[in-house]
Design a binder for this molecule. Structure first.
Ligand code: ZN
Length: 502
């Protein structure tokens, strides 16, 4: 077979797989939004059947034959050309999938789906005892999975590879240690400052219908194409891409707290704008996919924090807010800006401020790492969780649901995912700095309602590349240097130094 023909057939096959996968994505959106309570069991079986189908396709010997025919093909010699990128990634995925026995792939998919559904119920009941067996099974199956796909140094690296290609546990451990120390030091200074933000500004009466309107308006104006997406309410906000022209987000609304809907909405819109900016002509191939979860999170955190919590942003949008909520009638722009940047150690990750957020992630990362290094048992997780919260944030939960059971990730078997949140913050700081250097005064533009220059810069420098480069290399390509947590620390020091006058 001629290499050109092999490529065309392989591409056709992979795109067909992507269509099946995107139907699964749609079912997953439904599972997390409007599914009736009694529908979960059937949905879990649907996912298991789909997982089996996808596994068979991903491990089909035909892929191996096409890849063999492509070995050494001259049109793949430029390693950054779309064809070469696709073949590289298809080969990597094929070799990984082939190492996972089908029964394991199916068992894992089912345990993940069941774990997530059980967690919904058990978390509400604060039932750790009921949840523990699900988690134990997930950890055991995930260990098997790591052994099956293989790794050079340690099992956790094999898990990272699914979320952040090329990343390593040892390097992350070092990054968290340094960033954690710097964050704790800055947190102490912030808490000791006499210039504290006004209390309770976001915890007033905020009618839900007005919140829905305002969030829609803001995410639309910063560049989320609502004709190619939709926003729905959910308990645990997420972004989900069905395909070109259909990239959905969710956020959560509380009648007495504005922050969740507002910043959750902007965050998910940041994810969605990345998906909407991926090259549609490459859909279904690696060139049309996000570079990794860390880069994905960098887009959401950049829009949520660097943009959405800046003074320039609110110079533009605060009139819309004041016109929509009576609760803000006596609150000045400066007070509001300080309120949305209030720092306070808290128990809940998704509500954490920009400074303490990475400490929440550090807790989870270190616990996961200990689990997969065999230094911690699932049964001992709650105690270890509480100890780390005491150490890093000076507080600890009084129950399980605000502690070890608060996130869906472990319930869904997503081990290795958490550190990508902090990588996202690290990358976001690097990108925001580079964009500021390239575009000049960004906040001045936000104040005039100009968000397109930043979005276009991201489109060109990040979105258009798909999976062309490994995450760290992609950032380096844009900024001209190896991404470092020091840039994030410098950004946080400057921002909170000004706000708290320290
Ligand atoms: Zn996110």
């Amino acid at each position: 077979m001629k290499p050109e023909d092999a490529y065309a057939e392989l591409r056709r096959f992979q795109i067909e797989t992507a269509y099946y996968q995107s139907l699964g994505a749609l079912a997953s959106w439904d599972q997390r939004t409007y599914i009736p309570r009694k529908g979960h069991e059937h949905r879990a079986r649907q996912f298991a059947a789909l997982a089996q189908l996808l596994h068979r396709r991903r491990t089909s010997p035909r892929i191996g034959e096409w890849l063999d025919a492509l070995e050494g093909a001259s049109f793949l010699s430029d390693e950054t050309a779309p064809e070469a990128v696709n073949v590289r990634e298809w080969r990597r995925a094929y070799e990984r999938s082939r190492r996972v026995p089908e029964e394991l792939a199916v068992a894992l998919a089912q345990a993940q789906s069941e774990g997530e559904s059980a967690w919904e119920e058990l978390r509400r009941l604060d039932d750790w005892k009921g949840f523990k067996p699900y988690l134990e099974r997930l950890v055991a199956l995930t260990r098997e999975y790591a052994e099956a796909v293989g790794y050079e140094t340690e099992a956790y690296d094999a898990l990272l590879e699914d979320y952040e290609p090329g990343e390593r546990a040892a390097r992350l451990q070092e990054m968290f240690a340094v960033l954690g120390r710097d964050s704790q030091r800055l947190l102490e200074a912030v808490m000791g400052s006499p210039f504290q933000p006004p209390e309770g500004v976001l915890n007033r009466d905020y009618p839900l219908d007005a919140q829905v309107r305002v969030v829609r308006e803001i995410v639309g104006r910063i560049g989320y194409d609502l004709e190619a997406g939709r926003i729905d309410p959910t308990t645990h906000p997420f972004e989900l891409s069905v395909g070109p022209g259909d990239v959905r987000i969710t956020t959560r609304y509380y009648p007495d707290y504005l922050g969740a809907a507002l910043f959750g909405g902007i965050h998910e819109a940041g994810h969605a704008m990345y998906e909407q900016g991926l090259p549609a002509e490459h859909w279904g191939t690696p060139m049309g996919e996000a570079a990794g979860m860390g880069v994905h999170e960098s887009q959401s955190r950049l829009w949520e924090n660097a943009v959405g919590r800046s003074l320039g942003f609110w110079e533009h949008f605060y009139p819309l807010l004041q016109g929509s909520f009576d609760s803000l009638s006596g609150v000045s722009l400066a007070s509001f800006h300080r309120a949305v940047n209030a720092v306070r150690p808290s128990l809940i990750r998704v509500e954490a401020d920009e400074l303490t957020y990475n400490l929440h992630i550090q807790v989870r990362f270190e616990l996961e790492l200990a689990l997969f290094r065999g230094q911690l048992e699932v049964a001992d997780l709650p105690e270890a969780w509480n100890a780390k919260y005491r150490e890093y944030l000076g507080i600890e939960p009084k129950n399980y649901k605000d502690g070890v059971m608060q996130d869906v990730h472990w319930a869904a078997g997503l081990f290795g995912y958490f550190p990508t949140y902090t990588l996202g913050n690290v990358y976001a700081a690097e990108l925001y700095r580079a964009a500021s250097n390239a575009l000049g005064d960004l906040e001045g533009r936000f104040a005039r309602g100009q968000f397109a220059p930043l979005l276009n810069w991201l489109r060109e420098n990040i979105h258009a590349h798909g999976r062309r480069y490994l995450p760290r290399r992609l950032i380096e390509q844009v900024t001209g240097r190896e991404p470092s947590a020091k840039t994030l620390t410098a950004y946080l020091k400057e921002k909170f130094g000004n706000l708290y006058r320290i």
